[in-house]
Structure formats: structure tokens, C-alpha cells
Design a protein around this ligand. Structure first.
Ligand code: AMP
Ligand code: MN
Ligand code: MN
Ligand code: MN
Length: 276
């Protein structure tokens, strides 16, 4: 089976390495086919493409779209779409425009619990200011000694019910799948094991996703346990979804799994890349 990694981030969103370095590291780690899937923007794709062409690695266009579904933030991956599609580009720009205002509200919430300077502090970590994300706030909270590492930030801060979390209107499921399909790509539910949905809610999400034209789910993910893999492998079989796999690499020391270091997809599932 080829070494495929269809989910990772660069400084174009909340990753730690520039897109070119992400592509080079993927190649050095043995990746045959990569998708750079930055949050809500495509600005890292040209640099990743240049490196992939230079070293002879496969690369498909990717993006991870932030949506709101069932009252929670859900992520939908777009894979192998036309990056110059106007409707997709406009949709992503609209999501980005809300991020700065949200970040200001998050900083105001953190101030209430005695954490000052979070907006400027998070912004200093954001190479792309329109993509200010909770990951940048998390790095600020580590930098200032509030938390010991980025992972532990999300136990006590920035998540529903904890300081620094604010509700936000992202895109809808229908928007995201429509934009991706309209640009000739394949939509995949990212890391389904991460969402705190009941079983009936998860089924409702997958039913709606399929009805809207969604074709794939991430079965292998850097943030999936062995049990998650088994559960979402079963969902893939039942729904007839293509199976995707991705590390969700954000940077050295900040990710569970490095680029290209994933366990293989369960043998009987149909790999999403066979549809590219
Ligand atoms: P945002 O898109 O601004 O809501 O930020 C979401 C980002 O925060 C994710 O893409 C991750 O990079 C990071 N994140 C969220 N939850 C966690 C977690 N439990 N552990 C580590 N990083 C997380
Ligand atoms: Mn992220
Ligand atoms: Mn995600
Ligand atoms: Mn991701």
C-alpha cells in the first residue's frame, strides 16, 4: 500500500512549519501522496506544490473547512479539488473574516479569568493573521506558563464550558460539501472520533453528510484511538464511504503522529485516493 497522508497543517493556518517544509518533511518521511489541508484557506498550496514537483511526490489540493453542526464545531476535509474555484474561494474568505472578531471575544473571556494580553499574544504566534485559531491561543497560554503544553490547554481552556471558549457561526455542512463538490473535489468528515456526539447524533451527521454528496470519512487519524478506527471503519462499510487517512500533523512536538507515520487503512475499506 502507498504511504498516503491526507491531513496536515502549515503556517498558512495553525501549523508550525511553512508549507514548503511540510512537503519536504513528508517526502523525507516516505510519503508517496500528500494533501496539505490548512484550515479555511488555500494559501500554502503553491509552495507545497513546488516542493512536491521538485522531489517527485504526489500532492492533491486540500483544505479543512470549519463548520458548525449540532451546536459543535466540526471539520470537513476537501480533497483533490480545483484550487481556483471562485465559489469555494469566496466561501473560505467568508469564514476567515469571522475569525479575528471571534479571537477578540476569546481574549475578552480569558481576561475575565485573569489572563491578559491574549489577543496580541496569540496573534504573535499566527503567521497568517486571518487564520488566528485556538491553537495560537494555546501556544500563548503555554508561553506565559498558564499551561504546561498545548494539549493540556484544551483540558482546561478554549473548549465548551471552559474559559476562552465562545460560540461562533462557521459555515454549514451544506455549504462545505457544496463548495468542495462544486470545485470537483471529494468531501471527507475529519477525525469523526473527536466529536462529542451521541451515537444517534453521529448517525444524523453521517446521514446528512451523505445526502448532501459527502463521500468519505477519515478512518485513520492522528487523533484516533484503535477503538475509533474500528468504529469508524464500521461506519465507512455501512454507509459506503471511501476511507481517508491523515496525521493531522501541526508541527514537531505538537502532534500525536508525524507526517507519513500512520498505521494502514483496514484492508477491506476502499481508499479515498483510488477515486482521485
Ligand atoms: P479553531 O479552528 O480556531 O477553533 O482551532 C481549532 C484548532 O485547535 C485545531 O485545529 C487544533 O489545531 C487545535 N485543537 C483543538 N482541540 C485540540 C486538542 N484537544 N488538542 C490539541 N489541539 C487542539
Ligand atoms: Mn489546527
Ligand atoms: Mn480538525
Ligand atoms: Mn486538522
Amino acid at each position: 500500500m502507498p504511504n498516503v497522508d491526507l491531513h496536515c497543517h502549515s503556517t498558512a493556518s495553525d501549523g508550525l512549519l511553512p508549507a514548503a517544509d511540510v512537503a519536504r518533511r513528508a517526502f523525507d518521511n516516505g510519503v508517496d501522496l500528500l494533501a496539505l489541508t490548512d484550515h479555511d484557506n488555500l494559501s500554502g498550496l503553491p509552495a507545497a506544490r513546488a516542493v512536491a514537483d521538485e522531489v517527485g511526490m504526489g500532492l492533491v489540493n486540500g483544505v479543512e473547512i470549519s463548520i458548525e453542526w449540532g451546536g459543535l464545531q466540526v471539520h470537513i476535509l476537501g480533497l483533490n479539488f480545483a484550487a481556483d474555484d471562485q465559489v469555494l474561494g469566496d466561501g473560505l474568505a467568508q469564514i476567515r473574516s469571522g475569525r479575528v472578531i471571534r479571537a477578540q471575544r476569546m481574549a475578552a473571556e480569558l481576561e475575565k479569568v485573569g489572563i491578559d494580553g491574549a489577543f496580541d499574544g496569540a496573534m504573535r504566534h499566527a503567521e497568517n493573521p486571518t487564520l488566528i485559531s485556538r491553537a495560537h491561543f494555546a501556544r500563548y497560554l503555554v508561553e506565559t506558563g498558564v499551561c504546561k503544553d498545548v494539549r493540556s490547554v484544551f483540558d482546561s481552556y478554549l473548549v465548551p464550558g471552559r474559559p476562552g471558549y465562545v460560540d461562533h457561526r462557521w459555515a454549514t455542512l451544506a455549504d462545505s460539501v457544496g463548495w468542495i463538490n462544486g470545485a470537483g473535489g471529494i468531501a471527507a468528515v475529519a477525525h469523526p472520533g473527536r466529536y462529542k456526539f451521541s451515537k444517534p447524533q453521529m448517525r444524523l451527521l453521517l446521514d446528512e453528510f451523505k445526502q448532501l454528496g459527502g463521500q468519505a470519512i477519515e478512518v485513520i487519524s492522528g487523533s484516533h484511538s484503535a477503538e475509533n478506527v474500528a468504529v469508524f471503519g464500521r461506519y465507512a462499510r455501512e454507509y459506503g464511504f471511501l476511507a481517508s487517512c491523515g496525521s493531522d500533523f501541526h508541527g514537531p512536538g505538537e502532534s500525536y503522529v508525524d507526517l507519513g507515520k500512520l498505521s494502514p487503512l483496514p484492508q477491506d475499506l476502499k481508499p479515498v485516493w483510488e477515486a482521485f
